[in-house]
Design a protein. Structure first.
Lengths: 282, 282
């Protein structure tokens, strides 16, 4: 049982944590911290949270579990304030899409004041953002990557995995660097590629978009995502994204070469190899 | 009213034409032509077609409307047999994903024997193939591109557009070369890119696929498509696909450069520009 849960940042992810915790009755009290009262008030009005504040020290003090759910770029900037205000026995996690920077910041802060922090990345999202699209069941069936290091207290890992599992998530563990390489490949690269696909059609002839059918729409759906959030993610995870882009260019060049050479049987063999891999994902 | 409709090739598209025509009562008789009886028998058994044959001359003779719905590579090869067997007043169309080659072949055949041919490309598909996934409503709401040239008889355009409209399609006209450039951009390029995305992850670490969430799955769904069909489409539309790949590489290089240079505001501006374009597609 959580005595007091504080959620910092009440967007899609933070809002869904608060809604899920409330519905499952996992916390006695839920406090939400945000930059503006207007964006917090709907959660107070609908009973998702008990108290709202724009003062991070006030919001974090006295919480036994803190979930940091602001955009990635804001997160590392506000962590020092969280470390100053948190109770000694507080357990802290975040929901950021990249982990090496956040975990590194937490461990640097931990040298002055050791707190039980562990990084989390719930792999649940939407091309839409904000509390308005937060859902009580957002994490049901979602993979949640947690990124403990050898300095992470076992108690933090246990408490935070219990939270995600109680919200229906399937927890898996990765070190922060491996996490960032993995999400660069299966999340950030597809985003950049979807953006480039839309832009490629515009460069060729915007009128072609009138013929876009389900295939194009599915492939580029994530290009409709929040630009500010993705700018920050790309920036934060630039080294791993660079590696993923390089692998993608190799893969594209390889297929392009086979098609250009007219090597039909090899094209088909490659497409079949890829199809079998993709089909396994269901 | 169609007296006798002959569908050559009873896969997803041909099967859906037959099912739709039957349900709407648009034809007195429906004949299906295929290479093997076993693949035609289900359509006879379920009442979608009245007669099946593996003999193309037998199937096409006496039809007043022929829909050629085999894979693209087979299509041009069987067109001479269709031109020999068809009735003088037959109207012929196809459902191929590329049009310049097919229309060119039809017009070459038409120099010896003028027949009322017009190319069609119903923009409705699936990553699954075969009569088993054919649907009575596959074309409902789908864009159907027709590609008449100045040699196409007006009667063929009228008859074939009536067919697609009766099946719920929204008909639009393009010349064959423009059609091929457009579908290279909004269909064939996304397919190749989806294939390259899956392959890029495999090149980095196949284990990363375990973290694939909805974004990756949507973006790569079409990589599960039939390899034989897509080998043929890529090959058939290679020049236009090459142009689309070049535009895509430019778009990707451009975004990659902005991210690498750390130009946050320009990255955000570009992502926003792309987001607004993508959002319009709904």
């Amino acid at each position: 049982m959580i005595h007091r849960l504080t959620v910092v940042g009440l967007g899609l992810l933070g809002g869904s944590v608060a809604k899920g915790v409330r519905r499952e009755g996992l916390a006695r009290e839920i406090v939400a911290v945000g930059r503006r009262y207007e964006s917090l008030e709907p959660a107070l009005a609908d009973g998702t949270v008990d108290r709202i504040t724009t003062d991070i020290a006030d919001g974090v003090a006295g919480a036994d579990l803190c979930v940091l759910a602001t955009p990635v770029a804001t997160l590392t900037a506000l962590m020092p304030a969280v470390w100053r205000a948190a109770a000694d026995d507080a357990v802290i996690t975040d929901v950021g899409s990249t982990k090496a920077g956040i975990v590194g910041t937490a461990e640097a802060l931990g040298r002055d004041r050791p707190l039980a922090f562990v990084g989390s990345h719930p792999m649940a999202g939407s091309e839409r953002a904000g509390y308005g699209v937060a859902r009580v069941d957002l994490f049901r069936g979602a993979t949640v990557v947690m990124t403990p290091t050898d300095r992470t207290p076992a108690a933090a890992v246990k408490r935070v995995s219990q939270l995600w599992e109680a919200l229906g998530g399937r927890v898996t563990m990765l070190d922060p660097a491996s996490h960032d390489r993995a999400v660069a490949a299966i999340s950030h690269l597809p985003h950049l590629v979807a953006d480039a696909l839309v832009d490629a059609v515009v460069r060729l002839d915007p009128g072609f978009l009138e013929l876009a059918a389900r295939g194009f729409k599915d492939t580029t759906r994530i290009a409709a995502s929040d630009a500010r959030m993705w700018r920050e993610i790309f920036q934060e995870n630039r080294p791993a994204l660079g590696e993923a882009i390089a692998a993608f260019r190799q893969a594209l060049d390889h297929l392009d070469r086979l098609v250009t050479e007219g090597d039909g049987p090899r094209v088909e063999a490659e497409l079949n190899r890829i199809r079998l891999i993709r089909e396994k994902l269901a």
